[in-house]
Each structure stands twice: as C-alpha cells, then as structure tokens.
Design a protein around this ligand. Structure first.
Ligand code: NAP
Length: 489
C-alpha cells in the first residue's frame, strides 16, 4: 500500500519545558520517529528551552537518552540519530525572567515555520506568550501549542483564552487533546462520513445507547498532589471523553476542515443536558494486600490526605438534547486502578423490531466497538447461524479489524498521537485541536456538576483495586435494563 503523506515545510520548533517529562517521553522521541520516517524536512531545527543551565552538547545527550529509552531499537541507527541530534539545540530560559530571550530571538529565521510548544505548567502559558510577543520572537504566522489542563473551570479557561488572545490569534493557538491524534479516533470520522453504511443507522431510531470507557490500571502514583486538585471529571471527562462523545454524536461537517468540524463538535457540547445527582457515581480506590505481599496504597494514602473527597473514578449518564439523539443515553466511565488498561467506545444498536427465530434463541445486540487502546481497531458484532446441523441456532461473531493487521506494514507503523499532532501544527492544520469556545463550553457543562457534589460534600464510593469500579456504577445501567461491557485489556 502506498501511503500519501502531506509534506511539511522546514520549521523551527521551540520546546519550552524541553527537559520535562512530557518532552522527553513523548515530544522528542515522537519528533525523532517522524525524522526517521523521512517526514521532517532538511533544515528544520528543534530548540529545547528550560531554566536548567546546559549547553547544546549536554541537551543532545539528554535527547539521545530519551530516544534510546522510548524509540524501538530498529529505528535507532547511528546515521539517522546523528543527523537528528545535529538539528537539536538548547537555550536556557526562564519563562518569568529576562535571561535567554535575546538569545532565542537571535536564533529565529524568517523563511521557516515557527512553532512554540508550551510543555510547561499552565501557570506559565501567559508569561511565555507575553515574552514571545515582546521580544518579537513570534511572527503572525507562528503557532503555539498548549497542553492540558486548559483551566480548571470555566472562569480560569476564559482567563487563559483571554491571556493568549492578547498576543496570538485563535488561528495560531493549538490546544492539544492527544486523544484526537489517535488513529482510531480519526478513523471514527472516516467510518462515519466516508461510508454510506453507518450513517442511516446513526440515530435514536437504531442506536440503543453508547458506552465510552477509559480505564487505567495505574493509580495516581507520583502525580498525587496534581491529581487530587483535579479528579477524574476534570482530568478525563471534561476533555478527552467529551471529545470522543462529540465525534460520535456530531452532525456531518460540510467539509473535513478545522472550523467546520469544530463547529459541529461545539453544537454537541452545547446540547448536553445538565447531569443530575442520580446519574453520577464517583469512586475512590481502596487499599489492600497485594499478591506480592506489600500493601497496595489506597487513593487517600497515595495523595496523602485522609480526608480527600476527590474521585479517582467517575461514571455518568449524559443526554444530548437534539433530534438525532433524543432518548439515547451516553454512558461515560473512567478511572484509575481498574481491572485492565483499555479505552473503548461502544455503539450498541437496538433489537430487531420482530424476531422470526425461536423465542429462546439468545439474542445479542449488534455492537460497533471502537478500540483506542490497546490494539487500535474496530469490531462489529453481528448475529449469524451457528455452523453445523441442529437447526437454526444463532450466535454472534465479531467482524474484527485491527488496524495493525489489516494494514500490514503501514498499520504496524501507526504514528503516536503526539507525532501526528505535532506534524499537523507544522502543516497549520487545526482540525484535531480544540478551539477556545469548545473548551469553554465543555467547562460550562462540567462546572455545575462539580459544584453540586462539592456543595453536598459527597464522599466518593470505595472500590477494590483492579476491579471494575464501585458497585453503584453497575446500577447506573442495571436500572435502565442495560449492562456495562466488560473492562478487558
Ligand atoms: P515537568 O516534567 O514538571 O516539566 C516541566 C518543564 O518545565 C521542565 O522542563 C522544567 O525545566 C520547565 N520549567 C519549569 N519552570 C520553568 C520556567 N519558569 N521557565 C522555563 N521552563 C520552566 O512537567 P511535564 O509532565 O513535562 O508537563 C508539562 C506540561 O504538559 C504540563 O502543562 C502538564 O500538565 C502537561 N501534560 C503532561 C503530560 C505528561 O504525560 N507528562 C500529559 C499531559 C499533559 P526547568 O526546571 O529546568 O526549568
């Protein structure tokens, strides 16, 4: 299969926070993989920037180490590595200080795309934007990339949008939600809008409900102090899960273009109904003995606050007030220390209106399951006749499409979400990035939900580590005559 890759222009990419966890684990190894794939044009440069004092050689050694750790050895040949590291340099800079800015300004070139990745704490976004502007480092064609969290409520997101807007136009701001960079998520749009097959069924007449699950096996670990101020609703639902819900629920955009797609997503967010107390279950993982004999820490021990009311798990039932989705529940759940690491969207279809087969033939619903991880792919379960004699016995079989298998070598080399998104920044394509009004609308939906449980002082329900979450979450579906899909890795 010949893949058609849209070329990118030579660029200068400045990675603020270039020594941090995200940069060394995702951004820099991702850039290397694109370089290895021949996608980074000659003459492009990557400039790390952070407060730590070091020279180019020391930074290159750090980047080399990151590549060795996070890139498959078969992509790490010496010639490619040397050529990549030659394009890397470093400027010591303080986002809040004066040092380093003149040096960075001196490095900028006029004839290449300039992009600035803000891989630093959100509290520094405004300082960086202001200094890029005042030192004339950014030009009107420059792009800035900002990471999550984008605010912690509507008010802070608005302020952050306003701060960035003082120096950058909306067309220059790339708000990353790395879920949107995943192959399957984009494939969801291809499946919906490039086939006639699904669209006629994609509505309240044929869809019974939708389940979106993002389950992790890890606890909050070393991120406890950050996580405890956030919780599952702010950390996962307001951004990643909301984006997935939008892609399932949105109307077809008139073109696959940034604002056309984002306009449709925004309409979905604005049509979300408020969620009542009875439609939410929050949980916190308990501690317990581990198989190894050590004690497994509970959530409150992990965050070192025995009184914490923050949720490490949330399940909720959302409804969309429009014609297409009238009466179709969207069940969302996400949590830490669950049974398996998996992210999945399942579109569960309704029963056939009349069965011509025996009553006692177990009927199972058709489900389109879209797996984001592990093994990105899609699976459509259909009913067939069980092979062999013995009359008409029915069974369900999966029509399974693993991208890696279906696409052979091309599929095995699916770029990581960050790689794809960084290349889109350089190409100037904002389709897979969140617009400011989308982020604000998402907070406008989540804020009252959070405010309501905070006001009541609700205590999250306990759940056992590596279970499916709190018992009450099962009831959320049972009372509607439905059940959650199994959490399977
Ligand atoms: P981190 O490991 O703490 O790194 C922070 C980086 O910022 C370091 O390079 C640090 O280097 C630099 N820095 C701190 N203060 C600075 C200042 N005043 N001026 C210039 N540089 C400064 O954080 P991270 O995990 O990489 O996260 C970076 C951003 O990505 C955050 O907004 C985070 O929420 C977001 N994010 C991270 C992940 C992830 O997996 N890590 C996932 C999603 C989103 P010096 O100390 O040398 O200055």
């Amino acid at each position: 299969m010949v893949s058609r890759v849209i070329p990118v222009e030579p660029f200068d990419l400045v990675v603020f926070g270039g020594t941090g966890d995200l940069a060394t684990r995702k951004i820099l190894p991702g850039l290397y993989r694109r370089f290895w794939a021949g996608q980074i044009p000659e003459g492009s440069r990557i400039i790390g920037a952070a407060r730590s004092e070091m020279d180019d050689a020391a930074y290159r050694a750090m980047v080399h180490e990151a590549i060795a750790e996070f890139v498959a050895p078969d992509k790490c040949d010496k010639a490619t590595l040397t050529a990549f590291l030659d394009s890397v340099s470093y400027v010591p800079i303080d986002a809040r200080g004066t040092g380093g800015w003149q040096q960075l300004a001196g490095l900028m070139r006029d004839d290449v795309v300039r992009a600035f990745y803000f891989s630093v704490a959100p509290g520094l976004f405004g300082d960086l934007a202001q200094r890029l502007h005042s030192h004339a480092i950014a030009d009107p064609d420059s792009r800035i990339v900002v990471e999550k969290p984008f605010g912690r409520d509507l008010d802070s997101a608005r302020k952050l949008n306003a701060t960035l807007a003082e120096h950058f136009d909306e067309t220059q701001i790339y708000r990353i939600d790395h879920y949107l960079g995943k192959e399957t998520v984009q494939n969801l749009m291809a499946v919906r809008f490039a086939n006639i097959l699904f669209e006629p069924l994609w509505n309240a007449q044929y869809v019974d409900h939708v389940q979106i699950t993002v389950a992790e096996t890890v606890g909050v670990g070393g991120r406890g102090s950050y996580y405890d101020k956030s919780g599952a609703m702010r950390d996962m639902v307001q951004n990643h899960m909301m984006q997935l819900l939008c892609l399932i629920a949105m109307e077809p955009p008139y073109r696959f273009e940034p604002d056309a797609v984002r306009d449709e997503k925004l309409k979905v967010i604005r049509a979300l109904e408020p969620v009542g107390h009875d439609d939410i279950v929050r949980g916190q993982y308990r501690g317990g003995p581990r198989k190894s004999g050590d004690d497994e820490l509970s959530y409150t021990e992990d965050v070192e606050d025995p009184h914490s009311l923050t949720e490490s798990y949330i399940a909720l039932k959302a409804s969309i007030a429009n014609w297409r989705w009238q009466g179709v529940p969207f069940y969302l759940r996400t949590g830490k220390k669950l049974r398996a690491r998996t992210s999945e969207i399942a579109v569960v279809f309704k029963e056939p209106p009349h069965s011509i087969f025996d009553e006692d033939e177990a009927w199972r619903e058709n489900v389109l399951a879209i797996r984001l991880q592990p093994n990105e792919g899609m699976n459509l379960s259909v009913m067939i006749k069980e092979p062999g004699p013995g009359g008409m016995r029915l069974t369900d079989v999966p029509l399974d499409m693993s991208f890696a298998e279906a696409l052979g070598e091309d599929g095995a080399d699916i770029p990581d979400a960050y790689e794809r998104l960084i290349m889109d920044v350089i190409r100037g394509n904002q389709t897979l990035f969140m617009r400011g009004d989308e982020v604000e609308a998402a907070w406008a939906w989540t804020d009252p939900i959070i405010a309501a449980w905070e006001e009541r002082g609700d205590r999250p329900k306990g759940y056992d580590p590596y279970s499916s979450g709190p018992e009450d979450a099962l009831m959320l579906l049972h009372r509607d005559g439905r059940r959650w899909r199994e959490i399977r890795g």
